[in-house]
Design a protein around this ligand. Sequence first.
Ligand code: ADP
Ligand code: MG
Length: 712
Amino acid sequence: MIKLENVAKYYHNEGAVTLGLRKINLEFKLGEFVAVTGESGSGKSTLLNVISGIDSYEDGEMYIDGEETSYFDDADWEQYRRDAVGFIFQNYNLIDSYTVLKNVETALIIQGMPKKVRLQKAKAIIERVGLTNHLRHRASKLSGGEKQRLSIARALAKETKIIVADEPTGNLDSESSKQVLKLLKEVADGRLVVIVTHDFENVEPYVTRKIRLFDGEVVEDKKLRDYSLTSIPEKTIGKMSTIAKTFQIAIYNLLSQPKKTILLLLVAITTLFFVFINYGSKLVAQNMDHYGNGLYNSYPERLVVTRKNKAPLTTTDYDYFMSQSEITKVIIPDLVVDAQFHINFQIKDSYYYEDGFLNFNNDFAHQVVIGRLPQADNEIALAFNPYSIDENNLDKPLNAIYDISISTANGYFQMPYKLVGIYPTTDQSQFILSEGGITKLYDLMKISLKGYQFIVKDGGVEQNLPYGMISVNNSLSEHNIKISLYYKDILPGNLEQAEVSLNNVPVTITFDALTDHYNTIFVSPSFFQELKVDEDYQYTLNLKDKDQANKVINRLFDNGYYAFSPFLASKVIDFDAIFSVITNIFATLGVLFSVAVTFIISYLVVRSILLSKKKDYTILRIIGLKFQELKQVAVLEIITIFLGALLILSGIYITLIIGSYEIRNLVNKTFTFWNYFSLITLSLAVMILIAWRFTRMMTKKSLFMNLKVEGE
Ligand code: ADP
Ligand code: MG
């Protein structure tokens, strides 16, 4: 059945060539029980590895059932090992974490045996080798003799015509050795069993033939007794699909090593968590767009909205927002919503200091305490708690001009306003401007926030002036501007002689003390029209009901907008603080970079765990799992872990969002379905890639070498 003609095997090791076998001629027949003996290094193992297809040969020809094997490729050898050869090793090569039953079962799974048949068969074989008492014990818990009987059982499960055993009794005491040899003798009937031993005395009573090697050559080949062929084993053809096989093995692997599985699970959970946090922080950062984070005014019904693509908002957007039933008002001059007004005023002998935002919500028309609503651009009314005002002295402050200072995200203005009315409110103080007054203020803020170029050219030296606010002064004309003396102090050269330009328009400068306006550039009304910014990048939307915020945010997100609720954000204090720390860290690192780092770390951990499984994987291949199938096993293990992690994370997540309104808000406004989908797909792809790469790495070495490294 196996015939070797002038077969030679060399080992190439770092330039040196060692002879394993030299021109071996041998023939093995079914039913024989052959002992191969010889000194250490004589080539016994090499011979065994060659005939069992674990290792290759260089010269000559080996025939299997008359077929030449020199043209066999990897797949042919895989098939041969699976169908024809059962292996028994000196160091057993069992899957230690598997139970006795599973070790045998796995060999049957690889043969494609379905569960019912498999269990029956496995139990029968285990009975035959006398291990029924240990059915559910881990292989690692067995004694040496029991382990070797288990490996015989596993070889039997394959129902192969050839069984090879390399020093199977090398690690056993004499009693166990006898049992093992007796067992081998029993199973040899109808098979070819080749056993390597350096201790011929012990095996002599059992074997039918003796071959002695010396220095890679056959120096003795002697028939000792007749052999019978009474029971040639029938091979059962398995019916399991590849995926059913690999999935079953993957599950066995995961279940039999719970510690590694849990570790992998934790890595997967951490990776997913970080990827989401990372990506989430990026989304949150994007949400806080266009004019930065100067959202001071956080009344509950307010949403701030920008386009995802950062384009200016237009009337189309306005109409779209207005068409949403939850939205009652679209405030285009959104920046003004965040402007904080401060006023110092005096009524009779009482001094008041009030600050607050502009009012966009309430209608004060019928609640006046004194005066009226503003009509002209420079008129202002104040709504505050009026009960502290002495009613007898209410006339006095009206119609006086107040310098009202206005704080914005980028600095503050001082604007002269005429106070024309006072209104009652039980809320915080609020300021009321006319429509025109709002527009005017908005235009000023827009120019200042957009930034401008204020350049001084003096004798070829060009210099940017420091940043300030733009404001209008009616007494100026054309391209005359007025700035504080402060500029004179901080700039070198002679400003009166220098060429100065504002947004590339040459200007003439006058100086003023302007101590309260040291950073303001005053321009003429006509120049202001030239400088004006037309685009709006951010609107404020007023909701009918604050509880509709998330619904609207999500809908707008799906329609190309980022919407943000300053109120909800201010409510999630703790979580938001954590989030913003993470945002800062990861924004600094760069989102891509930190995602990469997360992946590299998880890659290393996953790889090291897979490496620790390498021995088991090699054993699986030796007992007949094809390489493609092994790849599937590794990938399926990873996918199972990953899905487990996803399930656990989802569980935590659902508990959190059911339990906490705030977290739900934060998460809802951050992630959409497609975010989830793409992140999960990406993470899964990376995991699979790791498993794939790892199994490919295993093929770089021959099976024999993998085993050798592991065996040591
Ligand atoms: P035995 O099993 O009889 O002790 P082997 O078949 O293991 O002997 O080895 C036969 C010869 O081949 C020895 O000289 C040994 O050093 C050499 N050899 C075996 N395996 C390798 C290897 N992987 N690389 C280099 N030389 C090897
Ligand atoms: Mg050897």
